[in-house]
Write a protein that binds this ligand. Structure first.
Ligand SMILES: *Cc1c(COP(=O)(O)O)cnc(C)c1O
Length: 364
C-alpha cells in the first residue's frame, strides 16, 4: 500500500485495516472473547486511536497496565470495560473507582482498600481476580483461589472476571499445560458466573483458547500465522550528498567512504526507537534496500543510496512486514523481543491512522 504523504520530514503510519484483519483472524481462532491489550500505548502503536477504532468495530473490553493508561482512554471517550492488568495497589483504589476502571486484585489489602473507598464514594466496587498458576508474579495462589474469592466477595466487591497468565507460551509448552490444567481446576472450584480468561498471543496461536488477552498478535508482530504488522515509519532525507574517498561518516567515523557513494541523512535515530547497531537497512522509494552507513545517532541516521534523491523523497525506515526492515528483524539483530522494540517507538512523530485509502485520524 502506498504511504500517505504528510508535509513532514518523518512520521508514523498505522494501518487500521490490517489491525482489523488481525483482530478478525484472532477472533476466529478464539472460542470466546478477544480482549485487546493496549498497555504501553498499545505497544507503541497509540492506545487511544486504536481503542476508539476497535470500539467502533464492536470490541467492548480492553486491558491496560496502569491507571494513567486507563484514565487516558476514559478521557478520550472510550466507553467499554477497561481492565487494569497487574495487581492493584491499595493507594490506587480511589482513582480506579473514580475513572470507572476495573482493577485486578491479587492481594486482600487491595481488596479491602477498594471496598473501603467504594463505600466512601457510594460506588459499587467491581474487579477481576488474578490467580497465580505458576508465574509467581501476581495473583492469589491457585490452590487458594476459592478462599480468596469468598474473602473478596465478603467485602462486597463484585468479582466479574477471574484470570491467570501464562509464563512460558511459545517456550515451554509442557508448563503451559500445567498452568492450563491448574486454571481448569480453579474454574471448577469457583463455578460458572465469572468471566474466565487465560491465553496471551502465543498461548492462543499455539494452543487455541476461549477468552484471551492479546497484544503482540494484534499488532501483527508474530510471523507465520497470516498476521500482518500494522505500523511503518517513514522519513525524508534532510541532506543528500556524495562522499569523497576517505570521508568518514558519523560518530567514531566508523564508515569510511571509497568515494562516490551517495549519502542520505534521515531525521530519525535511537531516541525514536531505532535500536542502535540493529537497524541495517532502510527501504528506498522504489523498494530497494539502502544500507545504514556509520552509527545511528540519537536523532539522525545516515544511509547509502544508489544515486541522488530529492529531499521530498520518502523512505521506509520501518516496514509493516517481516523482512530486513521490519520490527522483528530489528529485535532479532538486537538480541531482544519485538515487545521491547515496539514499546520504544517514538511518541515524537506525527502519526497517521489510515483505514484502507482513507485517512482516519492524524495526531500531530
Ligand atoms: C501483556 C499481557 C498480555 C498480552 O500479551 P501478548 O503476549 O502481547 O499477547 C496478556 N495478559 C497479561 C496479564 C499481560 O500483562
Amino acid at each position: 500500500m502506498e504511504p500517505v504523504e504528510l508535509q513532514e520530514r518523518a512520521w508514523i503510519e498505522v494501518d487500521l485495516s490490517a489491525l482489523e484483519a488481525n483482530l478478525r483472524l484472532l477472533q476466529k481462532m478464539a472460542k470466546g472473547e478477544v480482549i485487546p491489550v493496549l498497555k504501553a500505548d498499545a505497544y507503541g502503536h497509540g492506545a487511544l486511536p486504536l481503542a476508539r477504532f476497535l470500539e467502533g468495530k464492536g470490541v467492548g473490553r480492553f486491558a491496560v497496565a496502569t491507571l494513567a493508561e486507563g484514565r487516558a482512554l476514559r478521557e478520550g471517550g472510550v466507553k467499554g470495560e477497561v481492565l487494569l492488568l497487574g495487581s492493584l495497589h491499595p493507594l490506587e483504589a480511589e482513582a480506579a473507582l473514580r475513572w470507572g476502571l476495573t482493577p485486578t486484585l491479587s492481594t486482600l489489602e487491595a481488596a479491602q482498600a477498594l471496598a473501603a473507598r467504594a463505600r466512601a464514594l457510594g460506588l459499587t466496587p467491581r474487579a477481576h481476580l488474578k490467580v497465580d498458576t505458576g508465574m509467581n508474579r501476581v495473583g492469589f495462589p491457585w490452590e487458594k483461589a476459592k478462599d480468596a474469592l469468598l474473602a473478596v466477595e465478603a467485602l462486597g466487591i463484585r468479582v466479574e472476571g477471574v484470570y491467570t497468565h501464562l509464563a512460558t507460551a511459545g517456550e515451554d509448552e509442557a508448563f503451559v499445560e500445567v498452568q492450563r490444567s491448574r486454571f481448569q481446576r480453579v474454574r471448577e472450584a469457583l463455578g460458572e458466573g465469572y468471566f474466565y480468561h487465560l491465553e496471551n498471543s502465543h498461548g492462543l496461536l499455539l494452543h487455541g483458547g476461549e477468552n484471551v488477552r492479546v497484544g503482540l498478535a494484534l499488532y501483527g508482530l508474530i510471523p507465520g500465522f497470516s498476521l500482518k504488522p500494522i505500523l511503518r515509519l517513514l522519513a525524508r532525507p534532510t541532506l543528500v550528498k556524495q562522499l569523497g574517498p576517505g570521508d568518514r561518516v558519523g560518530y567514531g567515523g566508523e564508515y569510511v567512504a571509497r568515494g562516490g557513494e551517495w549519502l542520505l541523512t534521515l531525521p530519525v535515530g535511537y531516541a525514536d526507537g531505532l535500536p542502535r547497531g540493529a537497524v541495517r537497512f532502510v527501504k528506498g522509494p522504489e523498494g530497494g534496500l539502502y544500507p545504514v552507513a556509520g552509527r545511528i545517532s540519537m536523532d539522525q541516521t545516515t544511509v547509502l543510496s544508489p544515486g541522488p534523491l530529492p529531499l521530498e523523497a520518502v523512505l521506509e525506515v520501518l516496514s509493516p512486514d517481516f523482512g530486513p526492515t521490519g520490527l522483528c528483524a530489528w529485535a532479532e539483530a538486537r538480541g531482544t523481543i519485538p515487545y521491547e522494540v515496539a514499546v520504544h517507538l517514538s511518541r515524537r512523530f506525527p502519526r497517521v491512522y489510515r483505514y484502507g485509502e482513507e485517512v482516519w485520524e492524524v495526531l500531530n
